[in-house]
Design a binder for this molecule. Sequence first.
Ligand SMILES: [Zn+2]
Length: 206
Amino acid sequence: MNLNNQILKKLFPSILLNIADESIHLTFDDGPHPVATPLILRELKELDIRATFFLLGQNVQKYPDLVHQIYTDGHQIGNHSFTHTNLIFKKKGFLRDEILKTEEILETIVGTYSHFFRPPYGYFDWTTLKVLCEEELTCVLWDVDSKDYRLNSVSDISHHVIPNTTNGSILLFHDNDLTSQKVETYLPILLNTLLKIGFIFKTLPI
Ligand SMILES: [Zn+2]
């Protein structure tokens, strides 16, 4: 975790999620994706692991059945904006649109709003935090980046994940075009390794 995140968490304890518990938290960004998401859901079901999916409104609109499956499988759903635009230096109206359009469409599909928001690329500014505060959404970043979007070998991804994971960690993975052809190779190995170490997977505390 970088120093900036630590300072921000001190300044905004109620809108930036800070976890200190005895479990780890698996998160997937950018879905739902027609290839990657079903593969991930199958693996999570097999290992009886619940995760948090930060969904893009534009993909939610395209694949409502996958959103429904994520929800009925017992996973948690978070908001990852509508179009995956960098939110820094954007006006409040733009930010509200990106966030609330996604909330509304999620509500029509699963009947509930999300509690969590993850800004695209992890980039946000004071205005983003203000809007999230007004909408009672908690900003969720991560401390373990799998770099699954750019690394290909299981050992390279593993090298980023395994040594850096501790209790309370939030792990970042993706279900998108960049991971859809390889997620089946690295995810089962990584999850089984983490389980063998003794980590307990839980969704984010509300
Ligand atoms: Zn993303």
